[in-house]
Design a protein around this ligand. Structure first.
Ligand code: A3D
Length: 318
């Protein structure tokens, strides 16, 4: 049986970690593409030379030629500039739209049957653009943002309550921007509502609310917190891990429930835009969108987040 093939478009910070994670988890053979000569080749050689130490049997190929991505099952795109301190994700739209256009043409030509996972920012707009240019069905062009935003929310909850991150369930919905929607009502530790545990800890409902509000705020600004510390770029370990979780569920047909930036056709009252919602990810890409009722406050937050996505996407005049 042939191995899976994963193409990584963009061999920068996230691309390099993606390649290493694919290798360590033996997800399949890797092709790392970048326009910079030598960069993807050097990173792949470096990772491949760790194979005898780490014990993985996959092939890695660095390339500047799109033809090498032919036959890929999954394509993960990180091509594009990251933000610097003081920049919003939206500030990247002009330059990254040009990059995403050429990348999408390459994928369309050489990997027409792949599931494409976009990471490049501004995320919701870049997924929209890639789907338009490739013309791939909506279930096969998706974006990674919610897995990471949810992971950040989960981490803050686990640290606050002194419990393992493995036992925290929490999710963010909406666009990948400052108006994303961390769902407080569904945040739990093994099913026990986080708000109840916070109230027990602080013996005060108002203090519990205050602590939760601070975690929600930190989640919304978590990308910027890392940018401010790094000064030269944005987060790259956690975005790579998050996209790999999605790719793994697709390649192994695990049907994991992961928040995904996906085209909505009326779900959650949203039509015609790519927005983060819970999905089932399997061999066909997005196999199902899981819907549930939002309360009035959650719906208002979702509407605000979607309005921000619409504003940006509509500005591209696609
Ligand atoms: P960086 O290390 O700069 O890597 C980007 C790579 O893209 C570089 O190696 C470039 O040479 C390459 N590139 C530029 N133009 C092209 C092109 N036309 N074709 C192919 N490759 C090209 O950035 P990074 O890896 O840190 O971040 C990549 C993207 O991910 C940025 O847009 C970030 O804003 C975004 N990002 C998204 C998240 C999400 O959770 C959605 C998180 C963090 C970063």
């Amino acid at each position: 049986m042939a191995r899976n093939k994963i193409a990584l478009i963009g061999g920068g910070q996230i691309g390099g970690v993606l390649a290493q994670l694919c290798a360590l988890r033996e997800l399949g053979d890797v092709v790392l593409f970048d326009i910079v000569e030598g960069l993807p080749q050097g990173k792949c050689l470096d990772i491949a030379e760790a194979a005898p130490v780490d014990g993985f049997d996959i092939n890695l190929k660095g390339t500047n030629d799109y033809a090498d991505i032919a036959g890929s099952d999954v394509v993960i795109v990180t091509a594009g500039l990251p933000r610097k301190p003081g920049m919003s994700r939206d500030d990247l739209i002009e330059v990254n739209s040009k990059i995403m256009t050429s990348v999408s043409e390459g994928i369309k030509k050489y990997a027409p049957n792949s599931v494409v996972i976009i990471i490049s920012n501004p995320l919701d707009a870049m997924v929209t653009l890639c789907q338009k240019i490739t013309g791939f069905p909506y279930n096969r062009v998706i974006g990674q943002a919610g897995v990471l935003d949810s992971a950040r929310f989960k981490a803050f909850i686990a640290w606050e309550l002194g419990v393992s991150v493995k036992d925290v369930m929490a999710m963010t919905l909406g666009g990948h921007g400052d108006d994303m929607v961390p769902l407080v009502r569904y945040a739990s530790v093994q099913g026990i509502p986080v708000m109840e545990l916070l109230e027990q800890k602080y013996k005060s409902a108002s203090k519990a609310k205050e602590v939760m509000e601070a975690m929600v705020k930190r989640t919304r600004g978590a990308g910027g917190e890392v940018v401010a510390l790094l000064k030269t770029g944005s987060a790259f370990y956690s975005p790579a891990s998050s996209a790999i979780a999605m790719a793994e569920s697709i390649l192994k047909d695990s049907k994991r429930v992961l928040p995904t930036c996906v085209y909505l056709n009326g779900e959650f009252g949203i039509k015609g835009y790519f927005v983060g919602v819970p999905t089932v990810l399997g061999a066909g890409g997005v196999e199902k969108i899981l819907q549930f009722k939002l309360d009035a406050e959650e719906q208002a937050m979702m509407d605000k987040s979607v309005a921000a996505v619409k504003g940006l996407v509509d500005s591209m005049n696609l």
